[in-house]
Design a protein around this ligand. Structure first.
Ligand SMILES: [Zn+2]
Length: 436
């Protein structure tokens, strides 16, 4: 089946950052097989013609760090420091999770992600008390693309930690490349401050055994960096390097508190960064020096973190914050231009999480794309400067259609694979069962 999407403006995010007005996007067997102008395309060759009626088409957004299972914890602990927030609000609530809680919470997150244009997400979940396989099925069946991981902690008894490693290992093996390759897995030690050195090495071993990346929180706060120095006599980056973690493809979340030597270490090992601008601001962690990371050749993606620290999955909001923060922090409005930030949220994000087959609209790539209809939207007019509007004016609620592997998961703002009404009702019901 060869489907040609016609009469739209195509934001390719290819190497030349081409934006094609009156363009054609052709999709066959879930892949992009042609991108170009309408004049050079033989309309007769397509099995199905879809008139985009002036919509904008761009690669689906890639959220490089989230905690989707936590979605129903939105709003439970605003305006708190990270450590007490985790210890007194988040972790006690997570202790009460059942499989049912986890599934509806995840489904709620999926509705929000898909409807706001995210087609791929990279995620860590806390496995306490839940059937992780059930959660993986909810994600896979929604049609979204994901690289998912069960978090490792050095909490609890020795037996509990052994079980944590065993189940994380099993999860990584079972779900790698499932759902037609849309679901992949990672090894996810939570952080150097919640994992002992031996747990970090266990995680690295899982990555090695299944040829999967490592995903870890790193250098999010100044206190955590100091604690690492106090506990191990070195900063967190040197600590992970010494344990051999970076010998595996690694994505670190945050990197707010890095020194130049650490950025050079990241560049040397090709460690990628998931930048969480809103979460870092909300938790008072600071502002990551993304400009310096890019100058050092580090691959950076954009992310929301969980909605408990954001408080939404709207990647368009992250785009704007990522651009504005660098300009403000550096007192230089030329930092993080719109084209750069859009690239981080799509192609570079995909590269960061080691799924380079998505993230741009180029021949051979997976057909993961979204549309925005600027018609009758005053905040997207005049329509000439599309990339500028995507970064500085649009929001997730502007997204019209969402496709993954060429399949429509959202059409005209409505989910096609998820029962939104039921999900909102059930998520609210399971939330009310919590003891607060
Ligand atoms: Zn996180």
């Amino acid at each position: 089946m060869k489907t040609a999407y016609l009469n739209g403006t195509i934001v390719t995010v290819n190497d030349a950052n081409e934006v094609i007005h009156n363009g054609v996007l052709v999709v066959e067997e879930g892949k992009v097989t042609h991108v170009g102008s309408a004049e050079e395309f033989d309309h007769q060759s397509a099995d199905l013609l879809v008139d985009l009626k002036g919509k904008w088409v761009l690669p689906g957004l890639v959220n490089t760090h989230s905690h989707i299972v936590m979605t129903i914890l939105r709003g439970i602990g605003d305006d708190m420091q990270l450590k007490p927030w985790l210890e007194t609000r988040i972790w006690p609530m997570e202790q009460q999770y059942t499989t049912e809680t986890a599934k509806w919470s995840t489904a709620l997150g999926l509705v929000e992600m898909l409807k706001s244009g995210t087609t791929t997400f990279s995620d860590m979940f806390n496995p306490i008390g839940i059937d992780a396989d059930g959660v993986a099925r909810v994600i896979g069946e929604s049609g979204i693309r994901s690289i998912f991981s069960q978090t490792l902690f050095s909490f609890g008894t020795e037996d509990e930690q052994k079980e944590n490693v065993r189940s994380a290992r099993e999860f990584a093996k079972t779900w790698q490349n499932e759902f037609d390759g849309r679901l992949k897995t990672m090894a996810a030690p939570h952080s150097p401050y919640t994992c002992t050195p031996s747990m970090l090495q266990e995680a690295a071993k899982i990555a090695e055994d299944y040829h999967i990346p490592v995903h870890i929180h790193l250098s999010e706060t100044a206190q955590e960096v100091q604690k690492n120095v106090d506990d191990y006599g070195m900063r967190p980056v040197a600590h992970l390097e010494s344990l051999g973690v970076f010998n595996h493809p690694t994505i670190i979340a945050h990197g707010v508190h890095l020194i130049q030597e650490e950025r050079e270490t990241f560049a040397k090992y090709n460690v990628a960064v998931a930048h969480n601008p809103v979460s870092n601001l909300k938790l008072g962690s600071g502002i990551a020096d993304v400009s310096a990371m890019l100058n050092n050749g580090i691959t950076v993606g954009i992310a929301t973190d969980s909605v408990a620290s954001n408080n939404n999955f709207d990647m368009f909001q992250e785009l704007r914050f990522a651009a504005l923060l660098q300009k403000g922090a550096k007192e230089d409005s030329t930092k993080m231009p719109a084209e750069t930030v859009l690239r981080l949220a799509t192609k570079d994000g995909a590269k960061a999480i080691r799924i380079p087959e998505t993230g741009s609209l180029e021949v051979g790539k997976e057909a993961d794309f979204i549309t925005i209809d600027p018609t009758n939207k005053s905040h997207l007019q005049p329509t000439e400067h599309v990339v500028s509007h995507l970064v500085y004016a649009a929001s997730g609620s502007d997204v019209c259609d969402v496709y993954v592997k060429g399949k429509a998961l959202v059409q005209n703002g409505e989910c096609t694979t998820l029962d939104e009404e039921k999900i909102l009702f059930e998520a609210d019901r399971v939330y009310r069962n919590f003891k607060k």
